[in-house]
Design a binder for this molecule. Structure first.
Ligand code: ADP
Length: 499
């Protein structure tokens, strides 16, 4: 292993990760998986890493051995706010928890109430996360630990970069990762006053976005380095098609914005050791995979069809994920004898259409609405093909899980999907099936190719083995982040980043 990167003071590099989600405590998507896996990988590489998390009930109640490091007092209308420090369950990582019951202790998702409405005080809830990251980085909240690098994830933590830029004496480097540019943290112009930032931050060179306030822009504009979660998505968000109105801002960062591909946490996603499965398997011995398929069909009410392909989906059900295309090609899929199993939740219209598909095709289509970590593992293990037909996809984790489990991904050539899956037509390199156009016809063509290959067991197994041998290691990603931190630290000694 390479020697640890040192802080300017010569100690192991101190890195603070500020984020709203962390697996397995709070998870709405891939962000949580990244925040759980990247810090331990950086620790293995020699860095001194801590997390900063909002005190949502599932976090505040699970972080162990908490002690108060700072009584912050009333801020953002939250009444009593304190910063506590403890230890993450499972990984043992040190974690700061923002104890602000008035803002965080409530049922529902981190972002929405049980009825799916955004929490009306989301600006205050997430500005507090950024504010705390910035003040930790300034050495004002914990005299015993000040980070060299403050790494903020998604719009939820992005305001940290603006707060730090407002206090140029803060020496820490600012790194911001975009996990999905579609979610931008947009608020009304009038909310700006709640942030307590100098008024010049509410300009198009700052947080202003077409007359509104964008927290995403705080990260894009004021981080020393911006990353996103795959090289292809980094290029795509500089275009009008994928930029959600921010492509100009992205292009403005030039070489300071790059893509680092997510890894797969092999402690959590490993078919040889996965406790969620009825049988284990590996690239050398795939026999357990057939048992996983049998058990999955039995568990979900699919007919037992060992020799017909089972297509699986694990996904948020939103238009991003392209599942309307799957519904459009369902007749063709079924005509060829295949089955479909969908696990997900999201837009009511998609949920209803998928439920309807189940009713119309008993034993051949099953829709499980909801969030079920164990079923996600059993689906990825027991299916033959994992379908990810996204319109855009920053990185995508399910196709990587599919690769690890010999469940061949069938994906659209976009974002991280393009970076991780090689089409079967690439002799000696294929790991799945890739299509281009966002049309049912293009998806159907890829499905027909997959079905044809499925009927050639030797060729299918060769593809499975190659897929399972792909190495998407977090250690590789961590090395790239460490190199990036070095660049960001160098930038703190250079020109100001705001432009
Ligand atoms: P995104 O972050 O856009 O939702 P990713 O593919 O990056 O997409 O990550 C999604 C993560 O959430 C994966 O770990 C996937 O297994 C998980 N996931 C999505 N929907 C469900 C669900 N209904 N039940 C269990 N896990 C889910």
């Amino acid at each position: 292993m390479k020697p640890p990167l040192s802080s300017p003071a010569g100690q192991p590099l101190r890195v603070l990760h500020a984020a709203a989600e962390v697996f397995p405590l709070v998870k709405t998507g891939g962000l949580a998986d990244v925040v759980a896996a990247l810090p331990p990988a950086l620790t293995r590489a020699g860095a001194d890493v801590r997390l900063l998390l909002p005190g949502l009930p599932a976090i505040a109640d699970a972080v162990r051995h908490q002690r108060t490091v700072c009584e912050i007092g009333p801020i953002f209308g939250a009444g009593r706010v304190a910063l506590r420090c403890g230890q993450m369950p499972f990984s043992g990582m040190r974690a700061y928890v923002i104890d602000a019951p008035y803002l965080y202790r409530r049922d529902g998702s981190p972002y929405q109430d049980a009825a799916g409405r955004e929490w009306p005080d989301n600006l205050q809830r997430f500005a507090l996360l950024g504010w705390a990251a910035a003040h930790l980085a300034a050495g004002e909240l914990d005299a015993a630990w000040t980070p060299d690098v403050m790494h903020a994830h998604d719009w939820h933590a992005a305001s940290a970069c603006a707060y730090m830029a407002a206090h140029p004496s803060t020496a820490a480097a600012r790194v911001f990762t975009v996990h999905n540019l579609a979610f931008q943290g947009l608020f009304t112009n009038a909310d700006f006053a709640l942030l307590g930032l100098p008024s010049y931050f509410m300009a198009s060179s700052g947080l202003e976005f077409h007359g509104r306030l964008s927290l995403m822009k705080a990260g894009l504009k004021f981080a020393h380095r911006v990353t996103t979660v795959s090289p292809t998505y980094a290029r795509e968000i500089a275009t009008q098609e994928f930029g959600f109105g921010l492509d100009g801002v992205v292009r403005g960062r030039g070489e300071e914005l790059s893509g680092i591909l997510n890894g797969v946490d092999s402690e959590v996603w490993n078919p040889a050791r996965d406790p969620a499965l009825t049988a284990r398997f590996s690239a050398d011995d795939l026999s357990g995979k057939a048992e996983c398929k049998r058990a999955l069909q039995a568990e979900t009410g699919l007919a037992w069809q060992p020799n017909e392909p089972l297509f699986g989906v694990v996904s948020r059900l939103t238009s991003q994920k392209g599942l309307d295309l799957v519904l459009a090609v369902l007749p063709a899929l079924l005509h060829h004898g295949a089955q479909l199993l969908v696990l997900g939740s999201g837009e009511p219209g998609l949920e209803a259409a998928l439920r309807e598909a189940e009713h119309a095709n008993p034993g051949r289509v099953v829709t499980r609405i909801g969030y079920d970590e164990g079923l996600a593992h059993r689906l990825v293990a027991g299916a033959d093909v994992i379908v990810v037909p996204s319109r855009f996809e920053p990185c995508g984790l399910t196709q990587m899980y599919g690769l690890r489990y010999g469940t061949l991904p069938l994906v659209r050539r976009v974002g991280g999907l393009a970076d991780t899956v090689v089409d079967a037509s690439e002799a000696g390199q294929g790991t799945g099936f890739v299509f281009d156009a966002t049309t049912p016809a293009a998806l159907e063509q890829a499905i027909v190719r997959a079905l044809a290959l499925y009927r050639q067991p030797q060729a299918w197994q060769a593809l499975q083995r190659r897929a399972m041998e792909q190495d998407f290691s977090w250690d590789v990603a961590a090395a790239s982040y460490l190199a990036l931190y070095a660049q960001a630290l160098a930038a703190t000694r250079g020109a100001p980043v705001a432009r």
